[in-house]
Design a protein around this ligand. Structure first.
Ligand code: ADP
Ligand code: MG
Length: 266
């Protein structure tokens, strides 16, 4: 190890899948919380106009006045939009409803795919991880997330059409690599809402593992009612019910992700 103090530079992970309701936001919030619990400093960027990550972390609308919309259109610097959450080590760039119009506003901007990457550059030294919660679409916002990211994490819901549409995302990742971000990699695929009483869940999990091999995390997130209750209390499930199966799974996922990250950097 060098005796010179290392400067931190966050790893940026985009949590993306153009399907809605597959567990992107739940994964971003709970993975970030579990990482923060191991003393990592983590920033979540809520890039979905619906603002579920902001709500799920208990951040009121009144605290979202400066948000990812202003960052995207250049009205605020990223650091100005960051707020602390109730979880030590976990910060948030909230989203705002105006974000839904950002795509149209950005059409006339130069380097409109690189807005987030450029805004983030000055903040990377402050965090170990930046997780970007993407909207359910392959729009310009998601494109900005992929351009800003080192890696993509894809939540896949264990249901019949899980693999359908993923090829679209994989193609988009390839295009982003070629055009903007050659270092972008697939961090991993996380199977979500697994129902052990349903044979279809097993079948889908097996198909996804056949197709993506080692990229699929060993950890599977079970369908668990506590996970779906937690956001209405403004809490990650890890704080809402630390002992439930969903919380346990996200703790396991975090250790798998951190292990994979250590291997990637070794
Ligand atoms: P996305 O961000 O991809 O749209 P969400 O993370 O918001 O998906 O999840 C969609 C819905 O499913 C939310 O109501 C969430 O609380 C619920 N949910 C997510 N993961 C689980 C789970 N493991 N068990 C039960 N409900 C879940
Ligand atoms: Mg979401």
């Amino acid at each position: 190890r060098s005796v010179v103090a290392e400067t931190k530079s966050a790893r940026v992970i985009a949590v993306a899948n153009q399907k809605g309701g597959v567990g992107k936001t739940t994964t971003a919030i709970n993975l970030a919380t579990a990482m923060a619990a191991t003393k990592k400093t983590v920033l979540i960027i809520d890039l979905d106009p619906q603002g579920n990550a902001s709500t799920g972390l208990g951040v009121d609308r009144s605290a979202r006045e400066v948000n990812s919309y202003h960052v995207m259109i250049g009205e605020a610097g990223l650091a100005e939009s960051v707020i602390a959450t109730t979880i030590p080590g976990l910060h948030l760039v909230p989203s705002g409803v105006d974000l839904s119009g950002a795509e149209i506003e950005l059409v006339t901007f130069e380097r409109r795919e690189q807005r987030l990457a450029e805004a983030l550059a000055g903040t990377l030294a402050a965090y170990d991880y930046v997780l970007i919660d993407c909207p359910p679409s392959l729009n310009l916002l998601t494109l900005n997330a992929l351009v800003a990211a080192n890696a993509v994490m894809v939540p896949l819901q264990c249901e019949f059409f899980a693999l359908e549409g993923v090829s679209h995302l994989i193609k988009t990742i390839e295009r982003v690599k070629q055009a903007f971000n050659p270092g972008l990699e697939l961090q991993g695929i996380i199977l979500t809402m697994f129902d052990k009483r349903n044979n279809l869940s097993d079948q889908v999990a097996a198909d996804v593992r056949d197709f993506f091999g080692d990229k699929v995390y060993k950890t599977v997130i079970p369908r668990n009612v506590r996970v779906s209750e937690a956001p209405s209390h403004g809490k990650p499930v890890l704080l809402y019910d630390m002992k439930c199966s969903g919380a346990e799974a996200y703790i396991n996922l975090a250790s798998e992700v951190l292990k994979r990250e250590r291997e990637l950097r070794a």
